[in-house]
Design a protein around this ligand. Structure first.
Ligand code: GTQ
Length: 340
């Protein structure tokens, strides 16, 4: 009673008793408010195409359906730190040029030959390519092909929100003028080499030159590894995408990887503090999280929140793409994993 009176008196002054909430604030282990969730690609695609009938990419600036975690209502977040959405660019459309503090990755789900331009250099996108638009760099998207183009957007919007550090601006033209031919950066930095000297050696930011990781390159690498390497019992055959400048994660806040699970392979259970968004590139797998089971078919998407023990059972050979905030957590000395 006396305490209640004290609390009531303090509250308007912006004061609260820690002892009433200490154990909810300082948890003995992560207990994410985010929920494990699955999105059927076909279902999302249907809604996205319906949006495509009604609103243009230019009108919308970005025509995207946000994949919001049902455990995080109103936050436009798939995990407490990450954002995910599916973006549609129809034939003939341009998503106008802008730049922002937020880091973004694009993982192509469907369509072939549309582009994301980064500071005026086009990355021509094919299914399951990974394309980066690091924070601060101008980017527009365009589709001059005859088919719709759909990709997954992975951004660190909630991280930038946490730090109250967002800046964004539109460019006054819809598309950045082309600065170099498509593939220029890939030729310079995409083959474990880099320019020795010259104007172009520093055209891209030195700390983050590469922004296109092609399925045509990463898939054979993963399959080659699977043909010879001993399999990791918790991950399957797994390769992480790297920044060639420093061997670290692809973005300052986001890490990404691919995995191959041979037909019939079951991973052992693991849990990690980096809640992860998964996409099925090929095959079909069951994702088991305690009592919960999700069947994931081609191009389906799922999220596994922080510290939720989970394992995969592949039916045919299954290839997964995943991204998480591991890059952020490593910098902040927060990352932990436990392999059962
Ligand atoms: O393509 O720049 O899904 O700025 C959300 C914010 C995509 C983009 C999103 C963005 C973009």
């Amino acid at each position: 009673m006396q305490l209640d009176a004290l609390y009531a008196a303090m509250k308007p002054k912006g004061l609260l008793p820690l002892w009433e909430s200490l154990h909810a604030l300082v948890l003995p282990e992560p207990r994410s408010p985010a929920r494990p969730w699955r999105w059927s690609y076909e279902e999302v695609r249907d809604y996205l195409m319906r949006a495509g009938d009604i609103i243009s990419a230019e009108q919308a600036e970005r025509r995207v359906l946000i994949m919001e975690n049902p455990g995080l209502p109103g936050l436009s977040a798939i995990t407490p730190s990450l954002y995910a959405g599916l973006q549609l660019v129809l034939p003939g459309e341009v998503a106008p040029c802008h730049r922002h503090t937020q880091n973004a990755l694009r993982f192509v789900m469907e369509g072939s030959g549309a582009f994301t331009a980064l500071d005026g250099e086009r990355a021509v996108m094919q299914p399951f390519d990974l394309v980066l638009t690091p924070g601060g760099q101008r980017h527009d998207h365009g589709n001059q092909t005859g088919q719709p183009m759909i990709w997954l957007d992975g951004l660190d919007i909630p991280i930038v929100r946490l730090f109250d550090a967002s800046f964004a601006e539109r460019l006054d033209v819809a598309a950045h003028p082309e600065t170099v031919p498509p593939g220029d950066t890939l030729a310079r930095y995409g083959h474990n080499m880099r320019p020795m000297r010259g104007r172009v050696a520093d055209r891209r930011p030195a700390a983050r030159p590469l922004f296109h990781y092609r399925y045509a390159d990463w898939c054979p690498a993963l399959e080659g590894m699977a043909a010879s390497a001993e399999i990791d019992p918790h991950l399957g055959h797994a390769l992480e995408f790297l920044n060639p400048a420093d061997g670290g994660p692809i973005l300052s806040t986001i890490s990404a990887h691919v995995r191959l699970l041979p037909a019939g392979f079951e991973t052992r259970s693991r849990q990690s503090t980096d809640g992860t968004v998964f996409v099925v590139v090929e095959g079909e797998a069951t994702l088991l999280l305690g009592e919960q089971e999700m069947l994931l078919g081609p191009r389906d998407l799922a999220v596994v929140p922080s510290w939720v023990p989970h394992r995969f059972q592949a039916r045919p050979q299954t290839i997964l793409f995943g991204y998480s905030d591991k890059a952020s957590q490593l910098k902040l000395d927060l990352y932990r994993e436990y392999n059962h």
